[in-house]
Design a protein around this ligand. Structure first.
Ligand code: ATP
Ligand code: MG
Length: 405
């Protein structure tokens, strides 16, 4: 059956007063963004529904992409036809025949927006029901629990027929929950934390620290590739790469080994906070989970968090690693995350960093380095890339790297 459009229903929160307009606008933009490479597709965001007109595009491909976008409650592939009973009867029958197995029951559910249409909803339901019963011997009608449920909508511009409802990703459209940054490594945790932030509608810009030549092009490509995966949940994401080599080398030279990790993290957070502030964003997400490693104890968090008053948001704070991995698998970031490319944090991490760093000492050891100058040079060296859900430029690279392993 050749579907002509996917009818998208908004998440229930969209019904809340004046936020509704913003919700619909953002969702429309986000959906357009994940379908950008299919120019024939048209997206019409209306008050009650979002209509994705296929104009010949592959319905399954479009539905696969829609199923990831936050803010969608569910959607139905639909066929738009002329508003006359002959065509409607024929299409409804064809749709039911496609799914029908002996013993199944059905139900027709009509909604009428065009009040001038020659029949009312009851009459339409009855006529269509009779037509189906006459043409499929043995089929039963069930109002409560039909096996096949066909929806007919008589709208101003045509009749829409659908019979499947597919669950969407839920959550809120990315962008309706404000703007923050995310500290994205190439690991398992930070992509999952990004996903959870986006689920609540937050637009996030990725901040990734890299340290050439200690970290490779592959490690950078991997972080960008993870960003492509995450863009599928809500559209384009800005990827900000921050050169961190000079800061790390200086810290390694000037700070006692037990405090290398803490001072390094303080520096990263300080730079991230400044970038966040410059972009008018309001918080910093990271992938920390309590007690997972030395830098993720409460004492460590206190010593590191000391450098900023911006909210530091940690969606994974009380999750177990196994729970985090489960989500990573679900959102398809796990396979990429476990590719073994060096992260700038781990290569300079001493074998036994302090698990209970002291705040005063952290501050004191930091006085050995030119914090302002290092920060300024790192920020001057940033490069920003706009990454789209439809980007494929790195896929090939990552696959090639994977083969080399
Ligand atoms: P992840 O799987 O996210 O790397 P992790 O368990 O390996 O987390 P760490 O490497 O200690 O933990 O990093 C803790 C958090 O610090 C990360 O979740 C991420 O938010 C941030 N982070 C670590 N390395 C980087 C980096 N190179 N660039 C940006 N943020 C980073
Ligand atoms: Mg890591």
């Amino acid at each position: 059956m050749q579907y002509t459009e996917i009818m998208v229903r908004y998440g229930e929160l969209s019904t809340k007063g004046k936020n509704r307009k913003d919700f619909i606008y953002r969702l429309g933009m986000n959906v357009r963004s994940v379908l950008k490479d299919l120019p024939e597709v048209e997206v019409k965001a209306q008050r009650d529904r979002l209509h994705v007109q296929l104009n010949g595009a592959d319905a399954n491909e479009v539905m696969n992409r829609l199923s990831l976008v936050f803010g969608i409650e569910n959607f139905s592939p639909s066929i738009r036809i002329e508003k006359n009973m002959t065509d409607i009867k024929q299409t409804v029958l064809e749709m039911i025949k496609q799914q029908y197995q002996p013993g199944m029951s059905f139900k027709i559910n009509t909604r009428r927006q065009d009040k001038d249409f020659e029949f009312d909803t009851n009459q339409i339901n009855l006529q269509l029901g009779d037509h189906v019963i006459d043409n499929i011997p043995g089929i039963k009608v069930s109002m409560k629990q039909p096996d096949i449920s066909v929806r007919v909508e008589i709208r101003m511009n045509g009749a829409y027929i659908s019979s499947e409802t597919i669950k969407g990703a839920g959550g809120l459209p990315v962008g309706t929950g404000g703007h923050a940054t995310m500290m994205l490594s190439g690991g398992i945790d930070s992509p999952v934390a990004s996903y959870l932030g986006m689920k609540r509608g937050v637009k996030i810009d990725m901040i990734h620290f890299y340290s050439p030549p200690y970290t490779s092009e592959q490690a950078l490509a991997k972080a960008k590739e993870l960003t492509v995966k995450l863009a599928k949940f809500g559209g384009n994401i800005q990827f900000i790469q921050v050169p961190f080599t000079e800061a790390q080398e200086t810290i390694k030279e000037k700070v006692p080994e037990g405090y290398l990790m803490t001072v390094q993290r303080r520096m990263m957070l300080r730079i991230a906070a400044e970038i966040t502030r410059q972009r008018g964003a309001m918080g910093i997400f990271n992938g920390e989970s309590l007690g997972q490693v030395a830098s993720q104890t409460l004492e460590s968090m206190a010593a590191i968090n000391d450098v900023t008053t911006l909210p530091v948001l940690r969606p994974l704070i009380s999750m177990d690693k196994t729970e985090i991995i489960k989500i990573a698998e679900k959102i398809d970031t796990y396979e990429l995350s476990i590719l073994p490319y060096e992260d700038c944090c781990t290569i300079f991490t001493p074998p036994s960093p302090k698990t209970r760093p002291n705040l005063e000492k952290s501050r004191k050891f930091e006085q050995n380095i030119d914090v302002e100058g290092l920060m300024q040079r790192a920020i001057e060296g940033i490069k920003v890339t706009d990454i789209a859900a439809t980007d494929e430029f790195m896929n090939a690279d990552v696959e090639a790297f994977a083969e080399l392993l």
